[in-house]
Design a protein around this ligand. Structure first.
Ligand SMILES: C[S@@+](CC[C@H](N)C(=O)[O-])C[C@H]1O[C@@H](n2cnc3c(N)ncnc32)[C@H](O)[C@@H]1O
Length: 263
């Protein structure tokens, strides 16, 4: 009885949190006070900062100039799961943000027909060329920010994955608005779900906010719970200034565009 009551209270609080976020977002956008993708070139310009690949086999990470981690090896099983959702043999796949190339390696293992990668950072791009990514089967590298690069792409993908760095929720929201112009009907979208990942309650709020916003664009979103306890150990974060993950469960988004969605 007491447990039922607690669950009902949490659900009510969750609903209040979701409504508050949706409302605040709409109001701030109306007043122009939320940073939008078009108005934050400086904040969202990874190209201007140095990045560095650190570590060896099994423990590699990509760090920015301030000692913050852009991408870490512990995410490898999650990237494998994302690739499983967005890529299959003979399909056309888009990935935004190369990082350590973990998701792209996993996508390649599934033998897509085409595999487009958008990457903005010159240092990361140089690493991709050094490792011969431009010669991998079906791979097309689009060097630049997705905010500009999407104009070159059409409604040609069966699967899309999005995982950038140093951007705001409003950027991701702008990316979501472009999805119906990129995905074929019935196509699948997934993103690195690091929203409010230092607080289990607010993380749930953001899962629901994204789900409801994507629903207005014609998506059905489900979350698959995966263990993320590899990131709980303190040693993983040694020398990293931004502990960007604190939860023991990862909610992997599977967002499917309706079959009949109109352009
Ligand atoms: C977290 S890492 C991606 C990790 C990748 N999913 C993996 O499996 O290794 C983020 C990447 O996005 C790139 N990036 C950041 N902002 C971008 C933008 N606006 N357009 C394209 N790439 C961007 C960064 O340079 C970085 O390589």
């Amino acid at each position: 009885m007491q447990h039922d009551c607690e669950t009902a209270t949490v659900e009510l609080l969750l609903e209040a949190g979701v409504r508050a976020e949706l409302l605040l977002g709409a109001l701030e956008r109306r007043q122009g006070s939320r940073p939008s993708a078009e108005h934050q070139e400086t904040a969202a310009a990874p190209a201007e900062d140095r990045v560095q690949y650190e570590g060896a086999e099994g423990g590699e990470r990509l760090m920015d100039a301030e000692g913050k981690a852009v991408m870490m090896q512990w995410e490898e099983p999650l990237m494998e799961a994302h690739a499983h959702v967005v890529a299959r043999s003979g399909s056309d796949v888009l990935n935004v943000g190369f990082g350590l190339g973990l998701v792209d390696e996993a996508i390649q293992r599934r033998h897509p027909r085409t595999h487009t990668i958008i990457e903005a950072h010159p240092g990361v791009h140089a690493r991709m060329l050094r490792d011969g990514w431009h010669k991998r089967p079906g791979v097309r590298i689009v060097f630049g920010r997705w905010q500009e690069a999407l104009a070159q792409l059409g409604r040609q993908f069966d699967g899309v994955f999005f995982d950038t760095y140093s951007e705001f929720y409003e950027d991701m929201r702008a990316f979501h608005e472009a999805l119906p112009r990129l995905l074929r009907p019935g196509g699948v979208y997934s993103y690195f779900n690091g929203l409010a990942a230092d607080n289990a309650f607010f993380h749930r709020v953001y899962c629901e906010v994204v789900k409801r916003e994507l629903a207005t664009l014609g998506f059905d979103t489900q979350f698959v719970a995966l263990p993320s306890d590899a990131a709980v150990a303190n040693e993983v974060w040694e020398g990293v200034r931004n502990r960007y993950w604190r939860l023991d469960t990862y909610m992997l988004p599977v967002c499917q565009l309706e079959d009949t969605v109109e352009q």
